[in-house]
Design a protein around this ligand. Structure first.
Ligand code: ASP
Length: 465
């Protein structure tokens, strides 16, 4: 008997006919045919059929087992063409039960969409065994890996982490606050994005920065926005014009999709660039779904939206969350540069000023936004005024204006949302389908019972009553 000492992966059994192998994994399904019992064994590489005597009857779905077995060719008529290991089966010689599974609280051999989300999130570690979810999470890893390699190897970017415990960044949403123990009465804010840090990194001379960045915003969940936190590909470049940013992203994402999602077809290449005015006039939205055939889930319609107005009329929410008292709110954020030829309009007619903002749209979702930034402290101060910042609010950005006084390169960037991008590429209905442990819409974190109460001692230490 030729016996491999090492574990074989399920996928390898296809090439191990005649060998005795050791397999490890989960029992996927048991089929009792009286004297013979079949079951599928699952590991991270797939499924293989096992066959044995009635001792296997004691197995439950999702038990974890170690098998010593002989890999055999299946009889012609019993080949399963849908399985990578469909030409073989493994005759069980020895079975060791490593861990028993209880009856499952939810089915995992379905696509899962029929199950209440609350249940799926409570048992996320089971939900992620589901083939569709396991695949989504693996594709996410491949997507992020592609981006990292591309930016570092091809484009000379530097990956830099920025603080999570920081000061409020005004991206127009509500902040999460964290009380400080060392400075009682003071609070950190979790970053809504690394916007100010990445601009400071341009002042620092890195020229090309990126980060797979976690962003925190206390906004109600929607299908295309998870509650609490999400992930961006955050990037920033110095000495560029807007076109450089658009071309970099377009080239990288096109290559990424061809490699990782080869079945997908682009509606249009290169991606169309549409002015904000035109898109709103034509589609009554600034994130149109430009697919030719909306039923085709392999069609991807990317587009750039450009020439945004610098300001929009201010909403109540923005007023409350820091934009102040004026009638103007930044359409993107307050660091976005006006077009050079419109700067004189800032005094006369602010709502007519066009900006160097760019939004990336895919199949009706906004999957990224960015801009060329203001690098003239005087223009920045003017914008602060127009959005109605009080002296105190202006002071919150003193560090940025000071940094800009020491030689700031022209710079700009973008931040595509990883969750939303992947959701749109896959045609999933919610960003939570591409996140391992998302928050429920109620703000409760998958599996863990968070948020939870703090103890009296913890509060006392923080100086909170
Ligand atoms: N910080 C911006 C955002 O989160 C993106 C950018 O302007 O680069 O939307």
């Amino acid at each position: 008997m030729i016996m491999k000492e090492k574990r074989s992966l399920v996928i390898e059994t296809a090439k191990e006919i005649g060998k005795t192998v050791k397999l490890l994994g989960w029992v996927d399904s048991v089929r009792d045919h009286g004297k013979v019992v079949f079951f599928d064994l699952r590991d991270r590489t797939g499924l293989v059929q096992l066959i044995g005597d009635d001792k296997l009857k004691t197995l439950n779905c999702e038990d974890v087992v170690e098998i010593i077995g002989l890999v055999k060719k299946r009889p012609e008529g019993l080949i399963n063409p849908n399985l990578a290991t469909g030409k073989v089966e493994v005759e069980v010689k020895k079975l060791t039960l490593l861990s028993k599974s209880r009856d499952l609280p939810l089915p995992i051999n379905t696509d899962g969409r029929e199950i209440e989300e609350k249940v799926r999130l409570k048992y996320r570690y089971l939900d992620l065994r589901r083939a569709r979810m396991a695949q989504n999470i693996r594709l996410r890893s491949a997507l992020v890996q592609f981006i990292r390699n591309w930016l570092i190897e091809k484009e000379e970017f530097v990956e830099i982490e920025t603080p999570i415990l920081t000061k409020t960044t005004p991206e127009g949403a509500r902040d999460f606050l964290v009380p400080s123990r060392l400075q009682p009465g003071n609070f950190y804010a979790l970053p809504q994005s690394p916007q100010q840090y990445k601009q400071l990194l341009m002042v620092a001379g890195f020229e090309r920065y990126f980060q797979i960045a976690r962003c925190f915003r206390d906004e109600d969940a929607r299908s295309d926005r998870a509650y609490g936190e999400f992930t961006q590909l955050d990037l920033e470049m110095s000495f560029v014009v807007q076109n450089d940013i658009l071309e970099l992203i377009e080239k990288m994402f096109t290559a990424m999709i061809k490699k990782i999602f080869p079945r997908k077809k682009f509606t249009q290449l290169p991606w169309p660039r549409i002015s904000h005015q035109e898109v709103v006039k034509k589609y009554q939205t600034d994130k149109p779904d430009l697919r030719k055939n909306k039923e085709n889930k392999d069609e991807l319609a990317f587009a750039w939206i450009v020439d945004f107005p610098l300001f929009a009329a201010q909403s109540k929410e923005e007023f409350f969350h820091g934009s102040g008292k004026a009638a103007f709110a930044p359409s993107h954020h307050m660091f976005t540069s006006p077009k050079a030829e419109d700067i004189s309009l800032l005094d006369k007619d602010p709502l007519k000023v066009k900006s160097l903002q760019h939004d990336l749209v895919l199949n009706g979702y906004e999957v990224g936004g960015g801009s060329i930034r203001i690098n003239d402290p005087k223009v920045q101060e003017k914008i602060f005024e127009l959005i109605g910042f009080s002296k105190r609010q202006k002071n919150q950005f003193a560090h940025l204006l000071e940094a800009f006084a020491y030689g700031v390169p022209p710079h700009g960037g973008i931040a595509p949302g990883i969750d939303r991008l992947l959701m749109a590429i896959l045609g999933e209905q919610s960003v939570r389908e591409v996140m391992a442990f998302p928050c429920a819409t109620s703000g409760k974190i998958a599996v863990m019972e968070a948020p939870s109460r703090a103890s009296k001692e913890q509060l006392l230490e923080l100086g909170i009553r």
